[in-house]
Ligand binder design. Structure first.
Ligand code: SAM
Length: 275
């Protein structure tokens, strides 16, 4: 049986007696028009390796396979094994890994460069993004569906309410754009919130692991007390002296400091620690 001859996703779910489990953050995309749009936004094709986290019934997986890419799908819920094995047989380019995506070694799985594409489970979306952006292994590109509020935080500009730790980390390591919105009704069952797809392209000049660690420490302190001036929120890390040494205004609040500003703070903090 070829990909085109497979039964519809709804028929496959019914045939295997499967339903969504809330504990695994399961909200399925059963409309192939939507999954094909996500695959187009991922801009992958023949010759590419894609790691997909949480294939579930395989709607996005089908669309990714249609592009000609080789797909390595990491799924925690073993119930989907028979259904996904049908898809693996039909395509010949799908490798299945039943494991927790937070624990897998992507470098070993892919054996080289790979793109990441996923309709992420809500409960682990943010820790997974941090794992992929902080490295050591980083994908060539990431095309990821999040709940809309998280997507907005990833791409937020300084001065906006959504700007915070996640936006600084994401934008320090990658170019990030919100590329598609999906209303709750696009999913089965519909979640309580709308969703959006973010496309991230890791920067060639990514900060070193040491600088990223420092960035995480500083943004945790600065945004932990986001209404306070930096000289107070960063008191334990060097306070006013540190902020001045990084050429920033000690009276500024975290929410107005841009990503280069936070990188300057992190670099200065490392230098002062070493001195
Ligand atoms: N990709 C499918 C789609 O778009 O219809 C399903 C998306 S659903 C939002 C999230 C999927 O991630 C589920 O299949 C769930 O079982 C799986 N999942 C949840 N936590 C996971 C984890 N830690 N590692 C791997 N898969 C996980």
């Amino acid at each position: 049986m070829s990909l085109a001859e497979l039964p519809s996703l709804r028929e496959s779910l019914e045939a295997h007696g499967l339903w969504a489990k809330k504990a695994f953050g399961q909200h399925f995309l059963l409309d192939l028009n939507i999954t094909r749009k996500i695959a187009r936004l991922a801009a992958v094709g023949a010759g590419d390796v894609v790691i997909e986290v949480g294939p579930g019934p395989g709607g996005l997986t089908r669309a990714l396979l249609e592009t000609g890419a080789r797909v390595i799908a990491v799924e925690k819920d073993e119930r989907f094994r028979p259904l996904l094995e049908d898809l693996a047989r039909a395509s010949g380019r799908l490798e299945l890994v039943f494991a927790d995506a937070l624990r897998v070694d992507e470098a070993a799985l892919a054996g080289g460069a790979a793109h990441l594409v996923s309709n992420l489970p809500y409960n682990v979306g943010t820790p997974l993004l941090i794992k992929w952006l902080a490295g050591p292994w980083t994908p060539t590109s990431l095309t990821l569906m999040f709940q809309k509020e998280v997507a907005e935080r990833i791409v937020a500009a300084p001065g906006s309410d959504a700007y915070g730790r996640l936006g600084v980390l994401a934008q320090a390591t990658a170019r990030a754009h919100l590329v598609m919105e999906a209303p709750a009704r696009a999913f089965t069952p519909p979640p309580n919130v709308d969703s959006a797809v973010v496309r991230l392209e890791p920067r060639a000049d990514r900060p070193s692991p040491e600088l990223l660690d420092a960035l995480q420490t500083l943004t945790a302190a600065a945004f932990g007390q986001r209404r306070k001036m930096l000289r107070s929120s960063l008191k334990m890390l060097g306070g006013e002296d540190l902020v001045r040494a990084a050429s920033l205004d000690p009276q500024a609040r975290a929410e107005v400091v841009d990503v280069p500003g936070f990188l300057a703070l992190a670099g200065t903090w490392i230098e002062r620690r070493a001195a």
